[in-house]
Design a binder for this molecule. Structure first.
Ligand code: FE2
Ligand code: FE2
Length: 401
């Protein structure tokens, strides 16, 4: 049973979601008339989503013995100045919906209505993701511009999102945006931090995707062996053969595993400590390699769509809490390659973490990002594992054309 005031407030939320559904429908129609097929499909889908949001509240009200009311909908605008204007309106409307959800949350706190409070949790997450998605689209439009020529590229971007969404929906009931790399990327980051920040384990569920086929990326770089014969060392991989000419009759031979493995994926090459655990994950539009030591972790992200490093950083900072982070612009030469990025110092529950996030320049459409995570010791110094690993990466790093 919910209170009359809560019933009224939830019915108002129904009207807000319902209006969004009709507004997005109107926008879809405008885009279709303008020949922007990608934008139109995206908005048709959004319109359906909003209707689903509305129905979810509708059902809930009746379930808890209230009376859900089918709302009268104000006629939305039918024309828009530009694509940018349109998405600005979408973003503004999403922000309005978020504020309204937050007010409902406050009200259920005040009324000690735990059932509604629990029901609203889903909407809080939904709004966070929707806002992030719309902001991303809007940022892209600002970046690309919305002159007639650039409309084509904007439409292609939206079409990419549509395709990812469609693929995701073909999967096992995943939420449509879960596979949009902008939103997913920091979940992996979070999973790294979870080792030290229990608080994040409690508040975030990690994503685990089942992979159906094994690719070359799934296979860990082989262990290398150092064979020393009479003081001369040869480094070999499993299955390698060497021919030695003129070796003495009674050679002294010793063998041990090499200290470093060779990472060589997506044209990026470097050497990393043999004992680091190798994992690989992929989904639509992105791939992530993770090399985990005990204090130090190397992550390589490869996205098929243009991803802005600063946004990745912003999202990480938002997750850790701005008050816990210090961000500084940062440059580092890897091998001969100058890379720019950001450093984030995170202090959480007595632990100090250092992230270096670097853009790897490469002349193709993919985006490569290398991230290093180091757990600092009590005095704030880098771990010795970090120092050794970075030395090896710095000397061995190269891009393979
Ligand atoms: Fe909604
Ligand atoms: Fe929405």
């Amino acid at each position: 049973m919910i209170s009359k005031s809560m019933e009224k407030a939830l019915n108002q939320q129904i009207a807000l979601e319902g209006y969004a559904s009709y507004l997005y429908l109107s926008m879809a129609s405008w885009c279709e008339n303008e020949g922007l097929e990608g934008c139109a499909q995206f908005l048709y889908r959004q319109s359906d989503e909003e209707r689903a949001h509305m129905l979810r509240i509708f059902r809930y009200i009746n379930e808890v013995d209230g009376h859900a009311l089918s709302p009268g909908i104000k006629e939305p605008a039918h024309t828009f100045k530009s694509v940018r204007d349109l998405f600005e309106q979408v973003y503004t409307h999403e922000q309005k919906v978020t504020r309204s959800i937050h007010e409902l949350v406050s009200q259920s706190y005040e009324e000690k209505d735990h059932t509604t409070l629990n029901f609203l949790q889903w909407y809080i997450n939904e709004q966070r993701e929707e806002e992030a998605l719309m902001r991303t689209i809007l940022d892209k439009i600002k970046l690309i511009g919305d002159t007639p020529q650039s409309l084509y590229f904007i439409d292609m971007e939206l079409d990419k999102i549509n395709q990812m969404t469609a693929q995701a929906e073909g999967g096992e009931g995943e939420r449509p945006y879960d596979n949009y790399p902008f939103l997913i990327k920091n979940k992996r980051m979070k999973s790294q931090l979870a080792t030290v920040a229990l608080i994040l384990i409690l508040t975030n569920s990690l994503i685990s995707q089942e992979q159906d086929s094994i690719s070359a990326n799934d296979i860990e770089p082989p262990l290398r062996l150092e064979l020393t014969i009479d003081g001369k060392t040869y480094t070999l991989k499993d299955g390698d053969e060497i021919k030695l000419k003129g070796v003495a009759a009674n050679p002294t031979v010793s063998v041990r595993s090499a200290a470093f493995r060779q990472f060589q994926f997506e044209s990026v090459y470097f050497e990393y400590p043999t004992h680091f655990a190798y994992t690989y994950e992929e989904d639509f539009g992105y791939r992530i390699w993770s090399l985990d030591g005990s204090d130090f972790i190397i992550l390589m992200f490869v996205y098929d769509v243009p991803v802005v490093l600063d946004e990745l950083v912003d999202e990480m900072v938002a997750q850790f809490g701005e008050e816990n982070c210090t961000i500084t612009p940062f440059e580092r030469k890897l091998g001969e390659i100058p890379c720019a990025g950001k450093r984030i110092e995170v202090s959480l529950i007595g632990q100090s973490l250092n992230y270096e996030i670097l853009d790897i320049p490469y002349p193709d459409d993919k985006k490569r990002i290398l991230a290093f995570q180091d757990i600092r010791d009590e005095t704030g110094n880098s771990s010795s594992e970090s120092t050794l690993t970075m030395q090896q990466i710095n000397t061995s790093f190269k891009l393979i054309k």
